[in-house]
Design a protein around this ligand. Structure first.
Ligand SMILES: Cc1ncc(COP(=O)(O)O)c(C=O)c1O
Length: 370
């Protein structure tokens, strides 16, 4: 827990802007943790996704396949640069983008697929890699939920040509607001550094590889400040500890609520046997929207806040304005209406998890009939 010490060091150094010692140390540790070829810390995951959109460098109107059930940034980062998001439905068991639905979305204009490992449970990476290879598409992982998760023992964030991380306060590892771009295809590295530095070659200049720095490309201001990087580095150093606490809470929910769920017709997110979840979220899927809403009210009366998300992107205002909806996305629609997330946050204590379990078991969710 070195956050305060590291932030003090940064403040005392007077060097608060980004791409300094703490950014470099955070990037190197992130590379070690994920196995990515290289990592660039950024001001958010949204910004790292925007960098992916710029790196694709495809003609306006090119299509990007995205899951219908995800945070808006997964699609918005591409839509704002003139790409057309095409919404694929999700798998009802894993809640991840369905490879079959994604395959149906491919057209001659498709240039990339963005997968998102919902709740930290890996998408079927073999299916997505072969889909991308079949159609010569770039694979991008929005790994905002997936840090620490694996698919066939390989870390999430290492399957895509590019992957993004979020260090927003709601994520497993946090520095308030922050993110990273993981680069597994080295051909993107030099340009990614330029895009992150407002379209300049300042990174080369800082390494002594250019005698001055200048405007060489488009780009934006995506560097993480050293103050945030100091917090991020301390969090990454404690990654195993932070993850162990989260995994314990997640496993307690799973073990203690399994029978209750079976009896009441409340489903859990499936975790395939070759997947180890990053335990980002613990969603419950109720038989109906009414049951879900009653459950949220019930927890609320016990002083427990449980939230739901996401609104299906295809039905959102921007989804309708910018996107294409070739699949009916009915699974995403019904999951959005019936899902609730049990409280799961960094540092959650055993007694809080126990309180949530007790309150859940005491809820009046109807017994499943037939
Ligand atoms: C799947 C997913 N992608 C992207 C983001 C955006 O992350 P950030 O807040 O770091 O921009 C989020 C945030 O919740 C997310 O859940």
């Amino acid at each position: 827990m070195n956050e305060l010490d590291y932030v003090t060091t940064v403040l005392e150094s007077g060097r608060l802007a980004g791409d300094g010692v703490f950014c470099a140390r955070a990037e190197s540790l992130l590379g070690e943790l994920t196995g990515a070829h290289s990592a660039l810390v950024t001001s958010s995951c949204t910004h790292a996704l925007e960098m992916c959109a710029m790196l694709l460098d495809a003609p306006s109107g090119s299509e990007i396949i995205v899951p219908d059930f995800t945070f808006p940034s997964t699609a918005n980062a591409f839509a704002m640069l003139g790409y057309r998001p095409v919404f694929a439905d999700i798998d009802p068991a894993t809640l991840n983008i369905s490879p079959e639905s994604a395959r149906s979305c491919v057209s001659s204009r498709t240039v990339a697929i963005v997968v998102m490992h919902y709740g930290g449970v890996a998408c079927d990476m073999e299916a997505f890699r072969s889909l991308c290879d079949d159609h010569d598409l770039i694979l991008i992982e929005d790994n905002a939920h997936g840090l620490g998760g694996t698919w066939n023992d390989a870390p999430l964030g290492t399957f895509g040509n590019l992957a993004t991380q979020s260090f927003h306060e709601t994520k497993n590892i946090s520095c308030g607001e922050g993110g990273a771009l993981l680069i597994n295809d080295d051909s993107y590295k030099d340009r990614a550094e330029i895009l992150r530095e407002k379209g300049t070659n300042r990174s080369l200049f800082r390494r002594g590889l250019a005698d001055k720095y200048t405007w060489v490309d488009t780009g934006s201001s995506y560097v993480l400040s050293e103050v945030s990087a100091a917090i991020l580095l301390a969090q990454l150093e404690d990654f195993l500890l932070i993850q162990a606490n989260r995994r314990h809470a997640w496993s307690t929910y799973r073990n203690r609520l399994e029978q209750w769920g079976l009896q009441r017709g409340v489903r859990f997110q499936s975790v395939p046997e070759y997947v180890s979840s990053a335990c980002h979220a613990f969603p419950l899927l109720f038989p109906s929207p009414h049951d879900r809403d009653r459950f949220i009210d019930h927890l609320d009366r016990h002083g427990i806040t449980a939230v739901f998300h996401y609104q299906p992107l295809h039905a959102s205002r921007m989804g309708r304005l910018t996107g294409a909806n070739r699949e009916d996305c009915s699974v995403s629609t019904s999951v959005a209406e019936c899902l609730v997330r049990l409280p799961l946050y960094s540092g959650i204590q055993c007694d809080e998890v126990e309180r949530v379990v007790e309150a859940t078991i005491a809820s009046e969710t109807p017994i499943r009939r037939g």
